[in-house]
Design a protein around this ligand. Structure first.
Ligand code: ADP
Ligand code: MG
Length: 508
């Protein structure tokens, strides 16, 4: 059987991370081949290599049995490889037909527009890509814009189409229509590489699946011979031994510190991102929120910390209502927040360590009563915190931006915990940290829980959640779809529900 695309031993390094670490993948002509993997598994990097955006550090790419070296997306397209971009590159004031020919050697306005429109129409009929060639891009929905991107790639004669998480922007109905289109394309002998972390979709649309984990190929399976359960365990891996952290002081769940009642909220683009989320966190309890990023976790964290207005529902901290969308109200009620995007939203990076550590309580009397005492108190507090949290910094006046990621994270933790919160929202608190820093951060989280802080630990790292949390909820498409006690948690089941599958019997 001919391989349309064969990638062998692909290695791609970025500073501090090996994104592809010896990836092998063999894609047959005329199949829908899924690349499945959790966030960060290396899927996009691999597709960027195949489309000539990145050059691999090692390894070979063969197209139809011929070794290739692409130095630009143009090269890849000449070899028949086309990418349907996740972030559309369309000109919003141009028509569909104009966008389709944009970037072609002849300028769009030199070409016979009616002929182009006719060809667009033909492609759109043949593959079920409903779109009006004369409509302007700004008039189209996101789903329609994606169809234009697909038509554009087809128009250029791509034989192999790569779609990187194409359903992320689609409604379920649009996604089903896309799957029909993909099947129609392979029926005509084209080849589709479908990138996803959603198990059900992969089962529905693909012929074969290659699973990536941690930059490595785990294996390739025939879709007909596998199931979501097996794919889930391949995707998340289950060989890792992880130990539950034992706590000297158990959670007191009879005492609720955080209550979410039917909380809904929209994302930055105004789409519904949280759908009626109800959740409680007890005193000293660590509740893990598992899920693949982009399923509403960020909106959840922001809603609780008052950085995002609710569209319905309400949030209470120790029985007191937090004002929707008012960060100050959340802080006053005792909510601390370690955001995902540390340098940008967490800290003032050009300011010193000590000023950052004082940022939240500069109004409190001990630090601000008298101007002179204030600086002394700030410095004394910072010196203490730097020591307790093992922040590696030359001194307390060093700007935060000069510290390494792990130390920035420790500063943030130190600041949030020194505000004596009732509730801490920790979003991926150890992501990107080295082993030592991870241990410090985890130990401080557990310590805080033992002091009675209720912690919502939002993370894609199942090991982290399973070793720290008392209870685990799973988020998928803005809803809580599963809940289990951590000691009863099972990776496979979590992997399944994170991928949008329902678990028969067990799920609520
Ligand atoms: N341009 C880049 N610079 C540095 N690191 C990168 C870059 N692109 C990806 N990475 C890192 O490489 C790893 C794999 O990323 P990616 O290929 O985007 O994974 P996936 O698409 O499976 O989520 C991640 O750790 C990511 O942070
Ligand atoms: Mg990706």
């Amino acid at each position: 059987m001919t391989s349309a695309v064969r990638m062998t031993g692909i290695v791609k390094r970025f500073p501090g991370v090996v994104a592809n670490d010896g990836v092998d993948v063999d894609i047959r002509a005329g199949e829908v081949h899924a690349l499945l993997g959790e966030n960060g598994a290396g899927k996009s990097t691999l597709s960027n290599i195949l489309t000539g955006l990145y050059r691999p550090d090692e390894g070979t790419v063969e197209i139809n049995g011929q070794a290739m070296q692409f130095s630009s997306p143009r090269d890849a397209l000449d070899a028949g490889i086309g990418m349907v971009h996740q972030h559309f590159r369309l000109v919003s004031t141009f028509t569909v037909a104009e966008n389709v020919v944009l970037g072609e050697p002849d300028s769009p306005f030199m070409m016979d527009q009616s002929r182009v429109a006719q060809q667009v129409e033909e492609l759109s009929n043949r593959y079920g890509l409903a779109v009006d060639p004369s409509a302007r891009i700004w008039q189209l929905s996101v789903g329609e814009q994606q169809r234009v991107e697909i038509i554009k790639v087809l128009y250029r004669g791509a034989k192999v189409l790569i779609l990187d998480e194409p359903t992320a922007v689609l409604t379920p109905i649009e996604a089903d229509a896309l799957f029909k289109t993909l099947r129609a394309m392979v029926a005509e002998g084209r080849t589709v590489i479908f990138i996803s972390h959603k198990l059900d979709e992969v089962m529905k649309v693909s012929d074969r699946v290659t699973v990536l984990r941690g930059g490595k190929t785990v294996g390739t399976v025939e879709t007909a011979n596998t199931n979501t359960r097996e794919l889930a365990s391949l995707m998340v891996g289950r060989s890792v031994e992880f130990n539950r952290v034992t706590r000297s002081n158990p959670a007191d769940v009879s005492h609720t510190v955080l209550t979410l009642s039917g909380v809904s909220a929209r994302d930055d683009r105004g789409r519904d991102a949280l759908h009626g989320v109800s959740l409680t966190v007890g005193r000293g309890e660590i509740v893990g929120v598992a899920g693949v990023a982009g399923n509403g976790q960020r909106e959840l964290a922001e809603a609780i910390s008052g950085m995002r207005a609710l569209s319905s529902g309400h949030i209470d901290v120790s029985g007191e209502r937090v004002q929707s969308g008012r960060a100050r109200s959340a802080i006053a009620k005792g909510v601390a927040h370690i955001p995902e995007d540390r340098l940008h939203t967490g800290l003032a990076s050009s300011h010193s360590v000590e000023d950052n550590l004082a940022l939240k309580n500069y109004r409190s009397s001990s630090l601000s009563k008298f101007r002179v005492l204030r600086r002394k108190a700030i410095r004394a507090q910072a010196t203490d915190l730097v020591q307790n949290y093992d922040v590696k910094t030359p001194d307390t006046v060093t700007p935060v931006r000069l510290l390494s990621g792990g130390n920035v994270q420790k500063v943030l933790l130190a600041r949030e915990f020194s505000s004596l919160p009732k509730v801490l929202i920790a979003a991926s608190p150890t992501r990107g940290l080295d082993v030592g820093a991870i241990e410090t951060v985890r130990a401080r989280l557990v310590e805080a829980a033992e002091r009675g802080v209720g912690i919502l630990l939002i993370s894609e790292d199942l090991d982290e959640i399973m070793s720290l949390a008392d209870r685990i909820v799973v988020m998928y498409e803005g809803r809580l779809v599963d809940e289990v006690a951590a000691e009863a948690a099972d990776r496979e089941r979590l992997g399944l529900t994170m991928g949008g599958s329902t678990v028969s019997g067990g799920a609520r």
